[in-house]
Design a protein around this ligand. Structure first.
Ligand code: FAD
Length: 303
């Protein structure tokens, strides 16, 4: 209740206040900030994926604007010897507004990243009203660019295990690349597990299925229980290092990242940046008021 209230009130606070705690989780507002943050992660031995912040668009002109900014981002990453790995939300490219145009924008971006040795585009997963459309988008792109595109799977959705199995059965000769996360959006009990332990069990079930089938998983969680269980299973089953990596959000549980790197695990940091940081921060809080605790903690720990 308190968390929800704080999350609702936050948009009324001055931007400078919101920025005080948001900056830990966001590289900054422009490409220069992004470059500095990504190079810092690289120096620590981590890989990165970059997300240009943006909200739901109202016209395809906005989608084209985001598209052009992604092209600039790709140039900056390559010029600075950073891996060309980006994450894109289909709503920013107008998936619900103009499907054909959205597909074309994704294709053009993937063409651009495929000029680089490990160039990669991750389709971020949004709320459950998007799930089927985003899987369809992935299948479309996968057929043309099997090495350069991956999808996010949300463990809290009941449908996710079947979605993954269906994709692996349909494309047995392609190495499918998933990022597996719990899911950030508030979903109804009709579509998603609500219980923390049930989400964890679903997570492990999906993870084991993908790895047993020879697919790739970006293990995107900060939940130490899940990380420990995942590592135990991976080691007991001699899963190849080339089949997985850990992924985390910029500024979250730095200690866990350091531990995993020290154990010789590969870690990729998700770095959001851009002028839409304010809407992003407050929207994420409204979607998941539980984050307020972490943010309040973060606020007091570095103010
Ligand atoms: C690389 C990456 C990409 C993601 N992409 C997507 C996506 O495309 N679609 C989607 O729906 N979700 C995405 N998520 C979010 C994900 O679904 C979860 O909501 C989020 O990671 C929290 O779940 P958790 O597994 O870390 O476990 P939790 O149990 O939620 O968190 C474990 C602990 O980590 C810390 N923590 C977790 N999140 C935060 C935070 N934001 N701020 C501060 N501390 C935090 C807290 O200490 C918490 O106790 C992504 C997450 C990561 C790491």
């Amino acid at each position: 209740m308190f968390q929800t209230l704080i999350a609702r009130l936050l948009p009324m606070f001055p931007e400078s206040f919101i920025w005080k705690f948001s900056k830990k989780y966001i590289a900054g507002k422009d490409l220069q900030d992004l470059k500095v943050a990504a190079l810092k992660e690289k120096a620590k031995g981590a890989f990165t994926t970059v997300d240009l912040l943006g909200e739901e668009i109202h016209s395809m002109n906005q989608a084209h604007d985001f598209y052009n900014q992604y092209l600039e981002l790709i140039t900056v990453l390559s010029k600075n010897d950073l891996e060309v790995n980006v994450s894109i939300k289909p709503s920013m490219f107008g998936l619900k507004m103009d499907k054909a145009a959205c597909y074309e924008l994704y294709e053009n971006i993937i063409e651009a990243v495929s000029n680089y040795p490990t160039g990669f585009v991750r389709i971020d997963m949004e709320d459950s009203s998007y799930t089927s459309m985003e899987i369809e988008l992935y299948e479309h792109l996968l057929k043309r660019y099997p090495r350069n595109v991956g999808l996010v799977i949300q463990a809290y959705l009941y449908r996710s295990h079947k979605d993954v199995m269906d994709l692996m059965d349909k494309y047995p000769n392609l190495s499918l690349n998933f990022r597996l996360c719990k899911g950030i959006y508030i979903e109804r009990k009709e579509v998603a597990y609500q219980d923390r332990q049930e989400v964890r069990e679903s997570y492990l079930r999906i993870l084991k299925s993908i790895l047993s089938y020879g697919g790739f998983v970006g293990i995107a969680t900060h939940d130490s229980w899940l990380v420990d269980h995942t590592l135990d299973w991976i080691r007991a089953n001699n899963i190849l290092k080339s089949q997985y990596e850990f992924q985390c959000l910029c500024g979250v549980k730095e200690g866990l990242k350091v531990d995993l790197l020290a154990q010789g695990e590969k870690e990729r940091v998700y770095i959001p940046f851009g002028i839409h940081w304010f809407a992003y921060s407050t929207r994420r809080l409204k979607e998941n008021p539980k984050m307020v605790n972490d943010i309040i903690k973060a606020f007091f720990s570095f103010s």
